[in-house]
Each structure stands twice: as structure tokens, then as C-alpha cells.
Write a new protein. Structure first.
Ligand SMILES: Nc1ncnc2c1ncn2[C@@H]1O[C@H](COP(=O)(O)OP(=O)(O)OP(=O)(O)O)[C@@H](O)[C@H]1O
Ligand SMILES: [Mg+2]
Length: 391
């Protein structure tokens, strides 16, 4: 496994078609490719117009696809662990079937699907692994394991330790079932795997996240938030795809749409700067079947190798001090420009006066800034450093 690419973005923006297109283009270049999706709606089968199973299915030369069912995945390896968590809840008087539902924390299923990556990293079956994530926000949170695993594993370890030694004694008092040694063993193995998964995700030469947005306000906002969050958790975003741009057609009905989309594309270019952007037009019809997806891939990537790491730096960097929090990010303007900053809730608006009018850049703020006020902003070269202080 030499390359791992995640596509994420708001619902319906084109994550699945872009993942398929990337996979097709990479396989054409001779890479051995595996495309994985965890979408319960079986969208890979729809996109390729053929049945894709939950084990790798040959799509065409060099290209395999897999529709992972997270629940099956979890049941396969972690049934014991899940059963134990469920028994914890049911020991508190919660109905067993509901206890299972609760034990299955939201998004937990996604983690178990991602563990497939960890398994794959031991084999040499594929060069490029592409993951079509479910509608983002949710899904991307579970990519932030690198930071989570540390604390999670410590918690689980102490949990395991506590129960192995003490639980049998407390069991009758606490009315809590003690985990069996099998449960503890599974738990410890799981922690090891999660840590390895975290290493895979953090490796910038290996793993990239790519944002898919359309030229509309919500999907761009969503992608920007994902970008900020990815940087916050130390993951690399190497490309943004703006998909479904209405081409310039001589049709008065669409004139307003075209004008508005041009503005959103400019907005996206400014906001994702300096992450490279690839643009794709809205095709004449849905993108289904290998031929159409290959056409889309050609227009999207041209002569580029889609497996390249297109960008490797953090756009946002963060620094915590006792009572302050600084955020540093590159902006497409220098000292000479006049700019104004305004904080509105969890967003920072940067208004830049330029010869062609005002350009507005909206930066999503991390939750750490809640309860802090914007205290300082200064430009250093092409970087803007914004400091927040506790009130
Ligand atoms: N450039 C395009 N031109 C025409 N149709 C497109 C284009 N991009 C995507 N589509 C169509 O839009 C629909 C949504 O695309 P897709 O399923 O890839 O989005 P998604 O982000 O994966 O959605 P979901 O969030 O539901 O998983 C599909 O019917 C797809 O064929
Ligand atoms: Mg999809």
C-alpha cells in the first residue's frame, strides 16, 4: 500500500463518482487499485453498473472495489467486545437489544471499517487504496483517530487493568459484569490496531484527504470546516474538487446560475488557497458506468497522476498557550492590502479591499475558541496570525 486517498464532502457533491474516477484513472496508469466504500446504500454498484460485494471484486484490469458493511465488519472481529459493552449496559437494566444499539456508539462502525486499512497495510496486494467516505462532518471525525487514540487507549488500558484485577471482586457489589480474558485480549489487540491505523493516517507521504464541493455556499462551508478540522488533527488535505459547475451555455435560464457559480468558484479558490483545486463541469447526465466515469476522470485530472500527493503543508496551524489560542494561516494577500476582521460566532470573516472590490474570506474557527475573544491579528509575510484570549 503506497497511497491512501479519502474523499469527503457534503452529501451529493460527488464523492462517490470522484472516488470511482480516481480509481479508474489510477488503474489505467498501472497502479493496482482498491476502492472501498462504507456507504450502506451500495453506491459503488450503482456507479459502476455492476455488483460490488463486500470482498474485493474485480471491476477491470488493476481495479478492485469493495462495499464494506461496517456492521458485518465489526461483528466479524469484535463481537465479543461489543457483547461485553452491551452486557455492561444491560446490567444497568437496559433491555438487551437496546443495549446493543447503545454500545454501538455513533460512528463506531466507521472506525471498524477503517481497520480494514490497517489489515491492508500488511499486504502488498494494492498500490493505491481509495476510500469513498459517507457524507462528511460525521465520517471525517473518525479520521481524527491520531489524536484520539492516545487518550482512548490509555482509558481502555486502565479499564482493562481495572477489570482484570478488581472486577471479579466488585462484580457482586457493582452488579457489573467482569470482562473475560478474551475480551481483554481483544481490547488490547484493538488498541494496537488503532494505533497503527493512526500512524497510517498521519503519514503525509501516504495518506491524503480530498475535499469535494459544489459551487454553492453550504458545500463550500462544509469543505472549509473539514479542512480546518483535518489540519487541527494533523491530517493532510492535498486537493479540493469543485464539481458540478454549470458550463457556459447560451441559455438565458441558466445565466443567473452561471454568474453565481462563478462567484462561488472564486470564493472557493480564495478560501482553499493554496491547496490545489480541480474543477469539473456538470455533465449532460448522471455519471454512471465505467465509460462516463472515465470521461469525468479525464476532464478532472487531465494529464496529472491522480495518485500524486498534490500538497503537503498545513494551511492552518494552531498554538495553545496558557490563556490564549493562536491560529496561523496563509492568505492570498500581503501587507499592502487593507483588511478587516470580524468574528461572527464560530467564523472569522476577513474582508480585503482590493482594486476590484472587496474579497471576503470566511474561516471556520475551532471549538477551542468558544469563550475566547479575538484579541490580535497581524500579517507576517503572507500569513495571518490571529490570537484569541480567554475572556
Ligand atoms: N459532474 C457531474 N455531472 C453530472 N452528474 C454528476 C456529476 N457529479 C456527480 N453527479 C451525479 O450526482 C449524483 C451524486 O453524486 P455522488 O453519488 O458521487 O455524490 P456523493 O457525494 O457520493 O453522495 P452521497 O453523499 O449520497 O454519498 C449522482 O447521481 C452522480 O451521478
Ligand atoms: Mg456517495
Amino acid at each position: 500500500m503506497k497511497r491512501v486517498i479519502f474523499y469527503t464532502g457534503k452529501g451529493g457533491t460527488g464523492k462517490t463518482v470522484t472516488s470511482c474516477a480516481t480509481a479508474l484513472a489510477c488503474s489505467k496508469l498501472g497502479y493496482r487499485v482498491l476502492l472501498m466504500s462504507t456507504d450502506p446504500a451500495h453506491t459503488l454498484s450503482d456507479a459502476f453498473n455492476m455488483h460490488i460485494g463486500n470482498e474485493s471484486t474485480l471491476v477491470k484490469e488493476n481495479l478492485y472495489a469493495m462495499q464494506i458493511d461496517p456492521v458485518v465488519e465489526m461483528g466479524k472481529q469484535y463481537q465479543q467486545l461489543l457483547a461485553y459493552f452491551a452486557s455492561l449496559f444491560s446490567s444497568r437494566g437496559i433491555d438487551e437489544t437496546i443495549a446493543y444499539e447503545i454500545a454501538m456508539l455513533p460512528g463506531m462502525t466507521q472506525i471498524f471499517s477503517m481497520l480494514r486499512l490497517e489489515e491492508l497495510s500488511y499486504s502488498n496486494d494494492y498500490d493505491v487504496v481509495i476510500l469513498d467516505m459517507m457524507a462528511s462532518g460525521e465520517a471525517l471525525r473518525y479520521l481524527y483517530l491520531p489524536k484520539l487514540v492516545g487518550s482512548l487507549s490509555r482509558r481502555l488500558f486502565s479499564f482493562a487493568g481495572l477489570f482484570s484485577g478488581m472486577a471479579r471482586i466488585i462484580e457482586p457489589i457493582a452488579k457489573m459484569p467482569a470482562p473475560s480474558s478474551d475480551v481483554i485480549k481483544t481490547e488490547i489487540e484493538l488498541i494496537g490496531k488503532l494505533e497503527r491505523l493512526a500512524d497510517i493516517l498521519k503519514d503525509r507521504g501516504l495518506t491524503s484527504i480530498r475535499l469535494v464541493a459544489n459551487p454553492d455556499l453550504f458545500s463550500i462551508e462544509n469543505a472549509k470546516r473539514s479542512l480546518m478540522a483535518a489540519n487541527l488533527f494533523g491530517l493532510n488535505v492535498d486537493l479540493a474538487v469543485i464539481n458540478k459547475i454549470i458550463p457556459k451555455v447560451d441559455e438565458p435560464y441558466f445565466a443567473g446560475w452561471i454568474r453565481q457559480q462563478e462567484e462561488y468558484v472564486r470564493d472557493a479558490e480564495m478560501n482553499f488557497y493554496p491547496i490545489p483545486i480541480r474543477k469539473a463541469r456538470l455533465f449532460e447526465s448522471e455519471l454512471r458506468g465505467i465509460d462516463m466515469l472515465e470521461r469525468y476522470a479525464r476532464e478532472l485530472f487531465g494529464d496529472y497522476d491522480p495518485a500524486d500527493v498534490f500538497f503537503k503543508e498545513d494551511i492552518f496551524t494552531f498554538e495553545y498557550k496558557d490563556d490564549s489560542f493562536s491560529m496561523r494561516f496563509r492568505v492570498p494577500f500581503t501587507e499592502k492590502d487593507d483588511f478587516e476582521l470580524e468574528r461572527l460566532g464560530d467564523q472569522l470573516t476577513i474582508r480585503v479591499r482590493s482594486t476590484t472590490g472587496n474579497i471576503v474570506n470566511i474561516v471556520p474557527l475551532p471549538s477551542a475558541t468558544v469563550g475566547m475573544r479575538l484579541s490580535k491579528a497581524r500579517l507576517q509575510g503572507s500569513e495571518l496570525i490571529v490570537t484569541f484570549e480567554r475572556e
